[in-house]
Write a protein that binds this ligand. Structure first.
Ligand SMILES: CC(C)(COP(=O)(O)OP(=O)(O)OC[C@H]1O[C@@H](n2cnc3c(N)ncnc32)[C@H](O)[C@@H]1OP(=O)(O)O)[C@@H](O)C(=O)NCCC(=O)NCCS
Length: 138
């Protein structure tokens, strides 16, 4: 059985979240250019950046994490070995069930991340926007 457990109330969440972050390939990762240190990541988690942030548990196994930002953007990440088994779909259902009053969910996905684009389309999400970025050197 799949369940969500609150990152903000868990003492052991940071190392799991950090391991998950390490697994995120550059092409998938649109928010971090450089990997933060463990203590930087701990500070980030402690700052409670999201409306909700949960570890995803399948039995006793930590399979991934899911958050909902203040702007109702979903972040859903599974360890590679647990992908493609229907767990992402179930975790998305649990997240939405936890936020029943939210009427519009968003997901920001890199255009290079075709598997996630396919996943969200498959779950009924529509493509509404392309966002362009310019980074200044220095
Ligand atoms: C995106 C992600 C959460 C999907 O979770 P998952 O457990 O692999 O997906 P599921 O097995 O639950 O798939 C659910 C449905 O999507 C479809 N799907 C999943 N991956 C797919 C793919 N690569 N291509 C096409 N369809 C796909 C499945 O066929 C399934 O369809 P069904 O409902 O008809 O049975 C997971 O792959 C992941 O963690 N990716 C890396 C992190 C990431 O990039 N997240 C996106 C940013 S929010």
């Amino acid at each position: 059985m799949l369940k969500l457990t609150d990152v903000y109330k868990s003492k052991d969440a940071v190392p799991v979240l950090y391991a998950l972050l390490k697994e995120r390939e550059g092409r998938v990762n649109i928010s971090h250019r450089q990997m933060p240190t463990l203590s930087e990541h701990r500070r980030f988690v402690k700052s409670k950046p999201y409306k909700s942030w949960d570890l995803i548990l399948s039995g006793k196994e930590m399979v991934g994490a899911v958050y909902l930002s203040q702007q109702n953007e979903i972040g859903l990440f599974l360890f590679k070995k647990y992908r493609g088994q229907g767990l992402g779909k179930k975790a998305l259902g649990l997240l939405m069930g936890k936020h029943k009053k939210v009427t519009r969910f968003l997901a920001n996905v890199s255009p290079k991340n075709q598997p996630s684009i396919d996943f969200f389309k498959n779950q009924g999400f529509s493509h509404i926007q392309n966002t362009y970025e310019l980074r200044k050197r220095g």
